[in-house]
Write a protein of this length. Sequence first.
Length: 223
Amino acid sequence: MTWYAIRTAAGAQMPRREYEVETTALNEAGRPRGKGYRIVPSLNPKMSAVERALNDIGVQHYMPAEFKVIRNRKKTGTYELRRFALLPGYVFVYNVTDWLTLREAPGVAGIVGIDGVPLKISIVDIIALRTFEAKSQAKADKEVVVMNSAVKAEAVKGAQKALSLAKRRFSAGQRVKILWGSAAGREATITGWDDRQQLKAIVDGLDAADTVSVAFDAVKLVA
């Protein structure tokens, strides 16, 4: 029951690209658009290519990792944890019995050894790496909470400022043009504000007894 080290190919410790099937929206006739589905590429941030390959051949492994807080490019103002290889180029394997299959696994560049004999790795070293990894993740967990909280607080502050400015700009009796939504392009008369901090307005052409609610950033003043 021993740990060994293997060398990995370039890029093998990065997340492996996966593919998911998504159903496409229906057209006006209620039929699927195109084939009715599409293939969407994605990445699993918790599993590298070499780790998946080792899973596929049934080899127990451990890739030491460190965690960093990275801005999410797809979600504005959002930070998330990202996992990176702590020892670039190396992964540990446990209790290997079929070395030939291991050598041929995708992402495996070689086996660390001396004179052709695989080098045994002390369990003490593995424990030390796992301890460092746990501390790295705990620290990053705290950082991502702090950073996302700061972004959220700044967003709330900005929204409150925008609302304050809007309340000074818009008042009952003013004429506005609605920029988007179900009444986009139509003019309306402001009657006040509702409980959701949206403008209440009577849209031209509607029953004067009825009012609609519209976001303050979805209108503009007209002469």
